[in-house]
Design a protein around this ligand. Structure first.
Ligand SMILES: [Zn+2]
Length: 374
């Protein structure tokens, strides 16, 4: 029997760590959702000692979860982790210190953490303690998973994921009705992706046209519904709207301009929504870069825009789109309608900044994911 390929097994354990980290995307903010796997035993006869993922609300961190589960067995083990272990003292001591104290012999890490409180110091601390450290395995996959965290740290705003459904001839339908373009399996996939975002954002036009719930409607996943955000410069959202009435269960944040009346704000607050004022443009629209900086300051890392073609194109004009998922159904509108992809978005997607990361079928729908290079 030939000796096992260490690189192959490293990749396998890192893939597992990445899958673990993805589980809590949408739940760990303001912290990144990280995966960690502890592996012990001699090469060829290794076994998984423990696994961890950053817990909802961002603590404890993945490494802590895995180290606690492994206990004494962590001595001499290898830690696979999808992001650099932290080195700064927060509410608990740093994960790098906990890893050293547990006697871990080797750390395989997918990427550096750009957080200025860490930024290489976690890896350096491990190496100084005599731990064998290697950085960068499956780094591109990790960076895509950590796009929200990295964008918030480096740009002060959450990453923006657009979702647009279109007919086979390229037209959008209205609001959540747009999902009717898609088949039931595609809708389930869209709801699953919603659960992995920190917030879903729409414009007030979508609320007025469709009164959408914007929740995760999958069995057992109702508690995974993210924050709902409405961009509503003049406060036209009715207090009777579904996403206002249900805000005790799933919070709703309305971003208004200074021109929205105090009375409207009070009525929405009384109905359970949170109203915040953000800057507007000269035309009276929500200033998108300012609104996203506001959301970044609140700790949001991953915002999904389901607001339809108009909001999508406005985000593209400001170069605020990080990923764009186009869901193309098999039905045809057969007459001129509102194009799902507006001129600004079309230009961005055609530029060298974007590439198609994946394309796959879900039931009768084609999912095409355009990703901006980091
Ligand atoms: Zn940590």
């Amino acid at each position: 029997m030939s000796a096992p390929d260490p690189v192959q097994s490293d990749r396998r354990y890192m893939r597992l760590a990445l899958a673990l980290g993805r589980r809590h995307l949408g739940q760990a903010w303001p912290n990144p959702s990280v995966g960690a796997v502890l592996v012990g035993g001699p090469p060829g006869a290794e076994r998984i000692l423990a696994q961890g993922v950053t817990q909802p609300g961002g603590r404890p961190h993945a490494e802590r979860v895995a180290l606690a589960a492994a206990g004494e067995a962590a001595r001499g083990a290898t830690l696979y982790v999808t992001l650099e272990p932290c080195s700064h003292h927060g509410r608990t001591s740093p994960c790098a210190d906990a890893t050293i104290a547990a006697g871990v012999a080797r750390v395989v890490s997918a990427m550096d953490d750009p957080d200025p409180r860490v930024a290489g110091r976690g890896h350096a601390r491990l190496a100084q303690a005599g731990i064998a450290v290697s950085v960068g395995l499956l780094g591109a996959e990790a960076a895509r998973d950590q796009r929200g965290h990295v964008t918030r740290i480096l740009q002060g705003r959450p990453a923006v994921f657009l979702k647009l459904a279109r007919t086979a001839d390229g037209f959008a339908a209205g609001g959540e009705g747009r999902l009717m373009i898609s088949g039931p399996r595609a809708n389930a996939e869209i709801h699953l992706q919603r659960a992995h975002c920190d917030a879903i954002m729409v414009g007030v036009g979508t609320v007025l046209a469709d009164d959408p719930a914007l929740t995760v409607r999958l069995p057992g996943m109702a508690a995974r519904s993210p924050l709902r955000i409405v961009l509503d410069p003049c406060l036209r959202t009715p207090p009777t709207a579904g996403l206002v009435r249900t805000s005790a269960t799933v919070p709703t944040l309305i971003l208004a301009g200074p021109q929205g009346s105090m009375e409207a704000a009070d009525a929405l607050s009384a109905a359970g929504a949170e109203v915040q004022r953000v800057p507007v443009t000269a035309e009276g629209r929500i200033d998108l870069p300012a609104a996203l900086r506001f959301l970044g300051a609140r700790g949001l890392t991953r915002v999904c825009s389901e607001g339809g073609p108009t909001l999508a194109d406005a985000l593209a004009r400001e170069n605020l789109v990080d990923e764009c998922l186009l869901v193309t159904g098999d039905c045809v509108l057969g007459q001129p309608g509102l194009p799902a992809v507006g001129p600004n978005l079309a230009a961005r997607l055609a530029s060298a900044d974007f590439a198609v990361a994946e394309e796959y079928r879900v039931g009768t729908d084609l999912f095409t994911c355009h990703v901006r290079s980091p």
